[in-house]
Design a protein around this ligand. Structure first.
Ligand code: PXP
Length: 260
């Protein structure tokens, strides 16, 4: 299973002081050496983490493929075409959110998505859609002609966190409820089964399937066991661990959990 390391969180730390340290560019060689397969970055409309100069330097200098996440705003698509990363993952964006809280609304954004996808593909950039795992979303993604879909695993991660860590709803828009453990177990199994069935459907439709959001060293196992998921994009948990172990070791630890 392939691993994309989302290095945005290095820029999060830098922007906390608005200086030039730590520099996300310094991660490129380490991510490669640790055996990851891809660099993932999110150029947000509000530029709160990754800046245009980061995106340019990372795409220009990375010896691993770069997966650039951005919104479908026409200016972002123009920049993505200029940057020409290996892949663009289109994601929803709300300025007030802490992180990407759900997948794209493919229905109300259908025309803008179609235009964005055609433009990116004209520049020979692979396109992926960050979606909530539903059959409708897979069918619409197929109709839109993308090569990849990425399942938002926030709901899964959130149920897992409620079950084992008693954490609140940081990853998805389901509200924390005082649910009995039995109900949480049922919800977790339902979510895993849903991801398994839908990734199989997607592969049959010739779509490549990635997954990400809220995945960590504890909850990743059940996702790894879904054979039709080809790639994971993981950021927060890897960078969090790297503070204590160093980035290379944090990636090696995660990679060791991806063996099927
Ligand atoms: N994939 C996509 C499309 C994302 O937007 C994000 C979050 O930026 C991730 C993966 C990684 O999520 P996390 O930082 O929770 O691992």
């Amino acid at each position: 299973m392939k691993l994309g390391v989302n290095i945005d969180h290095i820029a999060v730390l830098r922007e906390a002081r608005q200086i030039n340290d730590p520099n996300p560019l310094d991660a490129l060689g380490i991510v490669k050496r640790a055996g990851a397969d891809q660099i993932t970055i999110h150029l947000r409309e509000d530029r709160r983490h990754i800046q245009d100069t980061d995106a340019y330097s990372i795409i220009y200098l990375s010896t691993l493929p770069v997966n650039l996440e951005c919104s479908i705003d026409s200016e972002m698509i123009r920049i993505a075409c200029e940057l020409r990363p290996h892949r663009v993952t289109l994601v929803p964006e709300k300025r007030e959110e802490i992180t990407t809280e759900g997948g794209l609304d493919l229905v109300s954004n259908n025309i803008r998505l179609k235009r964005a996808i055609e433009t990116l593909q004209r520049f020979e950039i692979e396109v992926s859609l960050f979606i909530d795992p539903t059959s409708e979303n897979i069918e619409t993604s197929k109709d839109l002609g993308v090569e990849w879909i990425e399942f938002h695993t926030g709901k899964y991660a959130n149920i897992y966190a409620m079950m084992y860590a008693n954490l609140s709803n940081t990853h998805h828009h389901i509200k924390r409820l005082e649910l009995p453990r039995k109900e949480l177990t049922r919800m977790l199994e339902e979510e895993i089964t849903n991801l398994r069935l839908l990734s199989s459907d997607a592969v049959k439709m010739d779509l490549k399937v990635a997954a990400g959001h809220g995945l960590n060293y504890e909850n990743v196992k059940a996702i790894v066991d879904i054979e039709n998921i080809e790639e994971l994009n993981i950021g927060q948990s890897i960078i969090a661990r790297s503070i204590f172990t160093g980035l290379e070791q944090a990636i090696l630890d995660l990679k060791s959990l991806l063996i099927r």
